[in-house]
Design a protein. Structure first.
Lengths: 240, 210
């Protein structure tokens, strides 16, 4: 473009001017606003095409792996395998403290499920491994009055709870592995709740105490207006 | 870089203080929002920085400050100059249309690429503000929680990174355009450069009397 000055301007003629500036502004704005209606369904429909591109970009670290790390405290809890204990208390016959080793020695379960966040993002085919709650609680023994478990996170003051009925859904577990590796710090090391049927905020991370209770309580996000029963696609204002 | 021996060069005024204030308010807010937004979005950064509530507050208060300052500049500044600039950015004449098709045509105060960039920037600012407000409202009221909002906000972010990298390249590195930077910092540009790259505009303006 260095020689622009050697070209004489064109003679002005009628209707020479086009309002491309506002055209671009209105077109792009309209496209963007309308995408609030079609963005998610179209993106999901295109997943088959975009998946190879996005996983290639993720593998070289250009874009995030699909997860977003939501925390409420100023620092993430740190896991020390030596000193860490999982306390089981409340309406149980024998309150317990499990070491990380004792937890890993319990019967192991695995599942593959999609993870959905209430804010609209999802991660497909997450491979979880951990312990079913009936196996976890067998030694403690639930009292008949217990109908829910409350999960207390090492990230204060995060708590959440699930009913025993919800906890017996087939894919639900206290997970200690994600995608073949021990849970990382950002994902709740060493253990987190996994209930793929519900939005992420019911999947409490950094669990350090499990309290058997007569009923589910309103957890951290529920006290901020989110639904206690956070079924994917049919809670929190979503319907499908 | 001018040396002591070189003759004083002629300068022409390209941007008023109002236009420069608008640009730098927007630019500063953009980088604060991008930085804090990436900490909220990229897992490795989220983990390294933690303090999500603080970072989120920085993100939201920067957005509010951006809006307040943009409105303040428009209300308190030289609105006639802004209207004139908006008009120049809006209108594409035949030279502009040929320029977009890769032809070397004389350009006005803004070349056609700069005009398109301005339109995209304005549109993106509005879309960022709308989708960001919806994300904020959606945390408080389920009626505003739509599955596509976060995709719009993220998508705008990805495209914006490419646009701003191109903008920075042209403003700081590319030899024939980087002289425009002093127009946006000091307000004036070299008259010779203006004649070469913004011929139709250079023919209209008188050098400032200083």
């Amino acid at each position: 473009m260095d020689m622009e000055h050697e070209v004489p301007p064109l003679k002005p003629r009628a209707n020479d001017e086009r309002y491309y500036g506002r055209g671009t502004f209105l077109g792009v704005t309209g496209l963007g606003l309308s995408s609030l209606l079609w963005g998610a369904p179209v993106w999901n429909a295109l997943k088959g095409i975009t998946k190879p591109i996005s996983s290639a970009a993720q593998s070289i670290g250009v874009v995030p792996d699909g997860w977003r790390i939501y925390t409420i405290a100023s620092t993430m809890p740190r896991f020390d395998p030596q000193s860490w204990r999982l306390r089981i208390s409340g309406l149980v016959d024998t309150p317990l403290e499990l070491t990380y080793k004792e937890l890993l020695a319990l019967p192991r379960t695995e599942t593959v499920a999609d993870f959905h966040c209430v804010t609209g993002w999802s991660v497909s085919n997450v491979h979880w491994a951990g312990v079913r709650f009936d196996d976890l609680l067998a030694a403690a023994g639930l009292k008949p009055q217990a109908h829910a478990l409350t999960f207390i996170s090492a990230e204060k003051p995060y708590v959440d709870s699930l009913t025993l009925q919800q906890l017996r859904l087939p894919q639900v577990m206290l997970a200690y592995e994600m995608d073949g590796k021990p849970l990382t710090r950002a994902h709740g090391a060493p253990v987190r709740v996994v209930i793929p049927e519900m939005y992420g905020y019911k999947n409490t991370k950094w669990v350090e105490e499990i309290v058997a209770a007569p009923a589910a309580i309103a957890g951290y996000w529920e006290q901020n207006g989110y639904d206690v029963d956070a079924w994917v696609g049919r809670s929190n204002g979503y319907s499908s | 870089m001018a040396t002591a021996a070189s003759p004083p060069r002629k300068l022409v005024r390209r941007f008023t203080r109002t236009e420069r204030a608008l640009h730098w308010v927007h630019a500063s807010a953009f980088f604060l929002l991008l930085g804090s937004g990436l900490v909220l979005y990229v897992p490795a950064l989220s983990e390294a920085v933690a303090r999500r509530q603080t970072v989120k507050a920085v993100h939201i208060y920067t957005a509010i400050a951006w809006l307040v300052l943009i409105v303040a500049v428009v209300v308190l500044g030289d609105r006639r100059a802004l209207r004139q600039t908006a008009h120049e950015l809006d209108v594409f004449d035949r030279d502009d249309r040929l320029w977009l098709r890769g032809r070397r045509r004389p350009q006005g105060r803004f070349n056609a690429g700069q005009k398109l960039n301005a339109a995209l920037t304005a549109s993106f600012a509005l879309l960022f503000a709308v989708s960001g407000s919806l994300l904020w409202l959606g945390e408080r009221d389920t009626r505003f929680r739509w599955a596509s909002t976060v995709m719009l906000h993220d998508g705008l972010m990805f495209i914006s990174i490419f646009l701003v990298l191109g903008h920075l390249y042209l403003a700081l590195i590319h030899p024939t355009t980087r002289q425009a930077l002093r127009g946006m910092t000091l307000g004036t540009v070299d008259a010779k450069w203006a004649e070469r790259h913004h011929q139709k505009w250079a023919a209209e303006v008188e050098p400032p009397s200083e």
